[in-house]
Design a protein around this ligand. Sequence first.
Ligand code: F6R
Length: 355
Amino acid sequence: MESLDNIAEISEIDKSDMLKIVEQFPKQCRDAVSLAETLNLDSSFFASISSIAVLGMGGSGIGGDLLKTVLTENATVPVQVVKGYKLPRFIGKDTLVFAVSYSGNTEETISAFSEAVSRGSRIIAVTSDGLLEKLAQESGANVIKIPSGFQPRAALGYLFFPILITASKLDIVPSLEGDINETLTILEKLSENLSSKRKISENTAKQLAVNLFGKIPVVYGIEGATMPAALRWKCQFNENSKVQAFWNFFPELNHNEIVGWELLKETTKKFSLVILRDRDEHPQITKRVKATRELIKDHLDSIYEVWCEGDSKLARILSILYKGDFVSIYLALLNGVDPTPVKRITLLKKRLAEK
Ligand code: F6R
């Protein structure tokens, strides 16, 4: 499309209204908070929990990455995200297991869930439908049923807030009420500032999408801070904008990937780097970002920085993640592709289901 300010053209390309769903994300998060609060678990369910595991793939698994990042500094038990068929050995009856699958039919999650059932873990399934709901009911696991009709990646509010709120009921996790309120307020403000109605001249998400048009985005996050957002940005570029994209995180990338920006300059000149910054980053990370930029800048088309907003870790991580959702959709529109369908994923799941 020619101009991201042409609303009529936007609705022609965005046939399933992904942009509208993203604009309404703060409301989805508010609904999800209320939904999570309806789950009444007695204190024996939470007694002597020694670890938390989140099972989930893709758009459902990212909620686990967010939970791990948000809780890491304060929770006194480890949080493990399982993105595959099998559970690590330590997961047992004292593990609080969240089995998260939007469709309820993702085979890796179902397999790991079944293992958790046989180990007697304290399980909560988060799903809109499918086999997971059925198996959870049959095995007596708790179910948080979330609304259907979304693409999984567009239902992140429903997939994430219930696990965050349930985990915060454990006495090993400090109260998150204030953080949640701050986050919702910031998301609402961003929704306004980055919405389709906001003209390109005053809309930073539209501006970044224009800058990334025709380039291969590389997104760098920071370990323990913006890392899950960097993964989400990359996945949203893949699934919404239908472009290849890559991600990595500081400081690890300083020990390997930085060397890769050396040869094949003609190719890497088509890459555009987006660094996801956090005002609370370690001072050495600030130095690393500066030095890395200087060392690699001539090997890329361009480098951009996007910053978190807010005080709490929750607000910071969700604000920067949310900005990426907008950028990926505006990039899809510039590419003239409908952000919603993910034909390859559907096709692959069909092939795997064939006997
Ligand atoms: C599609 C999407 C995918 C799915 C993944 C797992 O919008 O985001 O990454 O999330 O294929 O499927 P579910 O979430 O149904 O378990």
